[in-house]
Design a protein. Structure first.
Ligand code: HEM
Ligand SMILES: [Cu+2]
Lengths: 288, 526
């Protein structure tokens, strides 16, 4: 397919999608707050907001894909997308940094302080400040949990994600050589690995909640464990969804060997999610 | 250009929606810039009215007008709205209008996302202001949202947390757009070190926003889960620590104050050379100073926490790093003064505001240095001295630069000159009013009057009464500004393309008012 390229920077027409997105987020926020305060129908309002958001994403991304396939994006637009995706990933890095920072702060600083200070000794004399902990108060109240072991499912998941990084790169090589079979096969394998990862993580969470006493409420260990791995898992979910879109687009014959930034952006994102996982594996699972 | 694309473009030009739909769906950087600026002005009057209510209550000791909890709601919302609803949107409005004009680009890099960045702000605004009518009222825990207080409130607290998420989303998308525009869409020949200072400061501000807004999002997410989902991030019983919130918050918060001032530096660095009829003194050092402020601003956050308790080594580190950051700030002040030195100065309203900025922002910088000394700050923390400090940097700093920028570029935007007499009246009333409100607060703070308190001891009465009088002078003189802007949009003397005799740069080469589409083919910069 030949993409007619223009020398002008493509400026889109006025668009309704953004304002639909705003309505979606307002509905979701109001619904979410209602649901958290157990106000009737809150969950439905939230879901309605989510539905509008999905509608908006379908419409908006669809428009971008059509613009791209019609050849309206020249080199300069392509380079805009590259810059923006890099900065977006940087913002994600900083989001995770907040939670890794919380892990570091509690583990290295504030939990040891709880063991040292005289006031705390008065309040909770039996408390031993050592990681992992559910904290002095919850422990005194009898909360018990088993920390998550690294060399079971988490190790398998590490292998899965690392191999998926390889398969997505292999798919990219295929695309660059114009070998569509390799592209589709590589993407298919990557999606499968992502889905298996998610299933194993769901199983691990279920096991933690039912067998190990390890919940979101299990003190600061439970909180950092679930928030870090949970946000990561959510990113894997989003990444897998985007990979599926790439797979469908590849089957539909989109992309050329030279012009396929959407694919590259998804693979950058996927590699980022991979790196976060390696950090999680080392800092959350392994070094306890 | 290919025929297909041509046909598409032509089709576009007569498909423009009109009326309200024009503003809801617009992808034009000038429209979106105006939306940001109007939103900011409306919020300025909203949060300003809250300030006047606060000052009225504080006119006398004892409780007269309101319930103390409502007083706390007012201080909290005043802070949140002024920062996220007034100063930040105003600067983003300037970026939208000016960055493409100053770098010779046809529009922002992502016009649709640009629209969304703006239209998320009214959503957050509805959520914040609407919470006044919810059971329990609006949030009353302070704009800094510290736990455990913030964990204990009602519905509006969750709504506020989500509003912060939405404003963060808006800022991140806006910043990605601005960075990409600056890095990728400059006219041929406009190298980085030839960019106008305003563009430079926004490039660095956008970087700060992308680096810190996600951290704020993380912090408030932890608040949300502590409130609703049983986590113990900020609860010592579960092994967490309320002080941890302050660390994460201020890791965002201090770079945030530079987000609120760097674009102001940029605006002032455009205006002073114009009215001095000399190029900016020490352009390269300005760029490096801005960059070093941005980097250092990540290493000073705990100067907001000296009284909370920290190991001595940490106190010393944060004390010295804070003092260090005053050095690049000083470089800037000297450069502005040196630009004026031996220039042929004239004092139109933009220049007056810019000069007031240089003088009064410097006072705020000095009180910042006083607060940076840990032993002194332990006395002054949470007193009116801090209130004085940040209002000198934010009102006579950020807000004055916004006024200066509006007076400076309004003729380019509307095609009309504003009324100079009205402008000067606005200026003098603002400068005098502002100093009457905030200067006495230094004395109140040194004497020990705590901030965020609706009642106070008798000996503080006189200075509080002076401050309240000043607040009403300052507040009502902003109506002059509103009238002036409306009058300038409606009519007035025709502005030339260059507008100001000493003005330099691409934005002054396009007609006044700037046409809807500019630089569709890029100009070449020598
Ligand atoms: C020379 C540069 C500056 C220094 C050394 C400095 C230092 C400080 C210190 C030490 C505090 C903490 C006071 C306390 O809570 O006890 C503070 C508070 C504050 N500063 Fe600055 N500052 C500087 C510039 C700025 C600028 C440019 C802005 C904004 C445009 C700003 C905005 C604020 C705000 C909003 C607070 C109060 C936050 C709160 O507790 O609500 N500062 N500053
Ligand atoms: Cu600070």
């Amino acid at each position: 397919m030949s993409l007619a390229q223009t020398d002008k920077y493509y400026l889109p027409q006025p668009s309704l999608w953004p304002i639909i997105g705003s309505v979606a987020l307002l509905t979701m926020a109001v619904g979410g707050v209602m649901a958290m305060h157990e106000i009737n129908h809150g969950l439905w309002v939230l879901l309605a907001g989510v539905a509008v958001l999905f509608f908006m994403m379908f419409g908006w991304f669809g428009e971008v894909i059509r613009d791209s396939e019609a050849g309206r994006y020249n080199k300069q637009v392509d380079s805009s997308y590259r810059w923006s995706m890099s900065w977006f990933i940087f913002s994600e890095v900083m989001f995770f940094a907040a939670f890794f920072g919380a892990l570091f702060y509690t583990r290295v600083l504030s939990v040891p302080w709880l063991g040292e200070s005289d006031t705390m000794q008065q309040l909770w004399p039996t408390f031993k400040a050592a990681w992992p902990t559910a904290g002095p108060g919850l422990t005194a109240d009898g909360l018990k949990f088993t920390p998550m072991e690294a060399w079971g499912i988490p190790a398998i998941n590490t292998l899965l994600l690392l191999s998926s990084g390889v398969t997505v790169t292999w798919a990219h090589w295929g695309l660059k050589k114009n070998n569509r079979m390799q592209l589709i096969l590589g993407l298919g394998m990557t999606v499968t690995l992502g889905v298996v990862f998610l299933c194993l993580q769901a199983y691990e969470y279920h096991h933690a909640y039912t067998q190990m006493g390890l919940t979101l409420g299990a003190g600061v260990y439970g909180a950092t464990f679930f928030m870090l791995t949970g946000f990561h898992g959510f990113h894997v979910l989003v990444g897998t969804t985007m990979l599926i879109v790439m797979l469908l687009r590849s089957i539909a014959g989109h992309f050329t060997a030279e012009h396929h930034f959407a694919f590259e952006a998804v693979s950058w994102y996927w590699h980022f999610v991979d790196v976060v996982w390696v950090l999680l594996f080392i800092l959350v699972y392994w070094l306890i | 250009m290919s025929d297909a694309a041509h046909a598409h473009d032509d089709h576009g030009h007569h498909a423009h929606p009109t009326g309200i739909m024009r503003w809801l769906t617009t992808t034009n950087h000038k429209d979106i810039g105006s939306l940001y600026l109007w939103f900011s002005l409306i919020m300025l009057f909203t949060a300003g009215s809250m300030a006047l209510l606060i000052r009225s209550e504080l006119f006398e000791p004892g409780m007269q007008l309101m319930h103390p909890d409502f007083f706390n709601q007012l201080t909290t919302m005043h802070g949140l709205i002024m920062i996220f609803g007034v100063i930040m949107p105003a600067f983003t409005g300037f970026a939208n209008w000016q960055v493409p004009l100053m770098i010779g680009a046809p529009d922002m890099a992502f016009p649709r996302m640009n629209n969304w960045s703006f239209w998320l702000l009214p959503v957050a605004g509805i959520m914040l202001l609407g919470s006044f009518w919810l059971p329990g009222g609006a949030v009353a825990g302070g704009w800094t949202m510290y736990p455990p207080l913030f964990i204990q409130g009602g519905v509006s607290y969750d709504l506020t947390i989500l509003a912060v998420h939405i404003m963060g989303l808006s800022s991140i998308m806006g910043s990605i757009n601005i960075i990409t525009t600056i890095l990728n869409m400059r006219a041929p020949g406009l190298t980085l070190m030839k960019m106008p200072m305003f563009v430079w400061t926004w490039l660095i501000t956008a970087y700060l926003l992308i680096a810190t807004m996600p951290v704020l999002a993380g912090a408030v997410t932890m608040l949300l889960t502590d409130r609703n989902f049983g986590t113990h991030f900020f609860n010592a019983a579960g092994g967490g620590d309320p002080v941890m919130f302050q660390h994460i918050f201020w890791f965002f918060g201090h770079p945030e104050v530079y987000i609120l001032i760097l674009p102001a530096f940029g605006i002032v660095s455009q205006i002073i050379p114009t009215f001095s009829r000399k190029p900016l003194f020490g352009y390269a050092s300005m760029v490096y100073a801005t960059a070093s402020i941005a980097i250092l601003s990540f290493t000073v956050w705990a100067h907001h926490m000296f009284a909370v308790g920290m190991p001595v080594a940490a106190q010393l580190f944060f004390m010295f790093s804070t003092m260090l950051i005053a050095v690049p700030t000083g470089v800037k002040v000297f450069n502005w003064v040196a630009t004026m030195w031996k220039g042929s100065l004239t004092f139109e309203t933009p220049m007056l505001f810019a000069i007031a900025f240089v003088c009064l922002f410097t006072i705020g910088g000095f009180s910042g240095l006083v607060l940076a000394m840990a032993p002194v700050d332990i006395q002054l923390q949470d007193t009116y001295y801090v209130v004085a400090h940040f209002h000198y940097v934010l009102v006579s700093g950020a807000l004055f630069s916004i006024f200066a920028g509006i007076y400076y570029w309004l003729p380019k935007w509307t095609g009309h000159m504003y009324n100079e007499t009205l402008g000067k009246t606005h200026f003098w009333l603002s400068v005098i009013g502002m100093n009457i409100v905030f200067f006495p607060m230094h004395f109140l703070g040194l004497a020990g009057m705590p901030r965020r308190i609706p009642d106070y001891a008798l000996q503080f009465t006189e200075f509080n009464q002076i401050a309240t009088v000043g607040a009403f002078i300052f507040g009502f003189s902003q109506l002059i500004f509103l009238v002036l802007v409306l009058k300038t949009i409606k009519g007035g003397a025709k502005a030339s393309d260059q507008v100001w005799e000493g003005a330099q740069g691409l934005e002054w080469t396009v007609p006044s008012p700037a046409p809807y589409h500019t630089f569709e083919t890029a100009p070449v910069v020598k």
